[in-house]
Design a protein around this ligand. Sequence first.
Ligand SMILES: [Cu+2]
Length: 500
Amino acid sequence: MAIRKDANTLSPAERQEFVNAVHALKQSGRYDQFVLRHANTPMTAIHRSPAFLPWHRRFIFDFEQELQRVSGNPDLGLPYWNWPSGGPSASMWNDNLLGGNGNPSSGVVENGPFRAGQWRIINSNGVETGPLSRQFGRSGASSLPTQAEINQVLNLTPYDSAPWNTNSTPSFRNQLEGWIGPNLHNRGHVWVGGSMLPMTSPNDPVFFMHHCMVDKLWHEWQLRFPNQGYLPVSGGQFGQNLTDPMAGTPNSPVGSRPIDMLDSTALGIEYDELMTGTPQPQPSPDVTVLSLNAAPSEGGISAPGEIDLFEFQLDRLTRVTLETSGNSDTVMILFGPDEFTREIASNDDGGSNFNSRISMALSAGTYQASIRLYDPGRTGDYSIQLRSDETTGPAPEIPTLIVNDPALDAEITTDQESDVYQINIEMTGRYLIETHGTSDLLLSLFGPDNQTTFIASDDDSGVGLNSRLTLELNPGRYFAIVRHYSTFGRGAYQIRITRI
Ligand SMILES: [Cu+2]
């Protein structure tokens, strides 16, 4: 397991290993690809906005993976620049790691592994433009953030707030980024000056140590406020919401949405030391378990921005309603089965009196629901209940789709309806499952022989807005679920399965 250490504490051997790995990446061209990824992603998609933290978490995670690959050492952790003890005389600026300040008149770095002649920087077109430059304390920031200033920002909630930009307040993100308050991240860039000022700032390897510190502070904030989540969940610019893909970020290996970046521990990230006042990571977040058809559970958002998590298990395909009640305007998001970053439904006001409600057929498995308030600045109580919609009488018969039969007529008639079909496959082969009609449908397949294992889903691969899945299937019983793409969409459709 890689441990991210304070750069000043690295041993001579660790310094050498880091420097060699960075040089090897530079030689291969991989280093410059990071510079270009940062420089060519639209500025406000990844700065001055909520995705600032998850975007850079993923960015330095990918860089750390490359360092590990090129060094052959899976335990190589990205060092962090601990600002309060990282001033000009700190050992991280020694010639065996970063080298120090630039020439007093030209700014050109003349010492260490990244000095002129050893390291060239590129512009946003990938063209080499000259040596690295640094002008410590001379570009508008004469000092680095202090521990007291860091502590002050670490105690701020919520994560972010409308209008989700440099004016947002209260906002942990905005103060950590540095547009208001004591100015942490921006100040680090400006203090170094030179090559750390423009969007090509990853040209200076200290960029990665700087953002490792920023990321550590977000991690520590998350540990301090386990009930505070990422905001906005919805309603922000595309690319900023919890489950939007982020600009300029590859989807693999760990996903490209803010929600994929929330759990450092799950990403395998560990730090040498946490600050006084930060609790150690807990094995799992605070989750309240709901039982089917039990009395309502009490919930409450006691601080602005807080998000409550509920979990429930279904042992077979069940039509359920999950609903809040009370006088709070709640918003609900449902994740699963068994994978709690896969969003399957969300709702704001489907219940009574601004409450949220999701009614749908769910395959067997474990689900999580998050509850927040529509206005993240508010607090309020609510209760939440999970009901089976089949409590009277036996479970409804699941219609069967027969291979190569004519298409079946069906219709989504109510909000959030999900139609479930069972399919018996007798011969291994290639099968086509498709919908027809004018409704925009989402088709998912589970199995074989259980309703839990997700196989595939499709939205618009068919004719018009229809769904189409082409799959190799082995003998067994499968379950297909059809729902409308939009929560309140309705409409008729046809569905069939053919062997191809
Ligand atoms: Cu940046």
